[in-house]
Design a protein around this ligand. Structure first.
Ligand SMILES: C[S@@+](CC[C@H](N)C(=O)[O-])C[C@H]1O[C@@H](n2cnc3c(N)ncnc32)[C@H](O)[C@@H]1O
Length: 219
């Protein structure tokens, strides 16, 4: 599988532990170096190929991977999401699945409204881009329908789009809920109950999409 924008191997490591071979692909050499160190500590390096590169131009042949993961917003961080999804779809085998997490437009707009006021919130909604102060660069944000179109235009059939998180919003005063195992279990139950509800998915802090590459793509 391809772990696109795989960073320090947060997902690669548990996936490799399950016995799958992974290409850990990231634009940042520093992130890959951290991942390499962690993976070598676990003696899992035979299962991982480390590759530095941009998801907008993936140097692998088409129909190559059985699964593509782009978790932790690399599609939001890249220069051209349409190109990135096109590339991720290109290297995926027909009939196989892709899963990706992106920044959520309405959640970002709401945060901007609270932090900077209505003008900034309107700007985000119009431009679908925002400056992430924590990272120091521009990011793309998506509504559920924009995300659906982006994937469909690239020959992918959308299986589901979920908001994460929708019911629970992390705040200092709610942090104690996660420390209590029973309450955390209930929170998870609550999230799973509502995270696919179309009327509120877009208010999730992030959006997560699962899609499948069509066997015949005419678009
Ligand atoms: C928030 S981290 C997520 C890492 C990992 N997927 C996870 O879930 O923990 C985002 C990663 O995307 C990578 N990234 C950003 N833009 C990229 C691009 N254009 N091509 C490849 N990787 C990119 C960053 O270097 C970073 O490692």
């Amino acid at each position: 599988m391809l772990d696109a924008g795989g960073g320090t191997g947060k997902w690669t490591i548990p996936i490799v532990r399950k016995g799958l071979k992974v290409v850990l692909y990231d634009i940042s050499r520093e992130m890959l170096n951290v991942a390499r160190r962690k993976i070598m500590e676990e003696h899992l390096e035979n299962m991982v190929v480390f590759k530095e590169g941009d998801i907008c131009e993936i140097g692998f042949p088409e129909n190559h991977f059985d699964f593509v993961l782009a978790e932790g917003d690399p599609i939001s961080y890249c220069s051209n999401p349409h190109r990135a999804v096109g590339e991720l779809a290109r290297v995926l085998k027909p009939g196989c699945f892709m899963a990706a997490g992106v920044d959520s437009l309405f959640s970002v707009a709401r945060t901007m409204l609270v932090r900077k006021g209505p003008e900034e919130a309107l700007k985000v909604l119009r431009e679908k881009r925002f400056f992430a102060e924590a990272w120091g660069f521009q990011c793309w944000a998506f509504s559920p329908s924009d995300l659906r179109s982006l994937f469909e235009e690239n020959g992918l059939e959308v299986v589901k789009i979920v908001g994460k998180t929708v019911a629970y919003v992390s705040k200092p005063e709610t942090e104690h809920l996660l420390q209590d195992e029973e309450k955390a279990e209930k929170l998870l139950e609550l999230e799973l109950m509502v995270c696919e509800e179309p009327s509120i998915v877009g208010y999730g802090g992030h959006l997560h999409i699962v899609a499948r590459k069509k066997t015949v793509f005419t678009g």
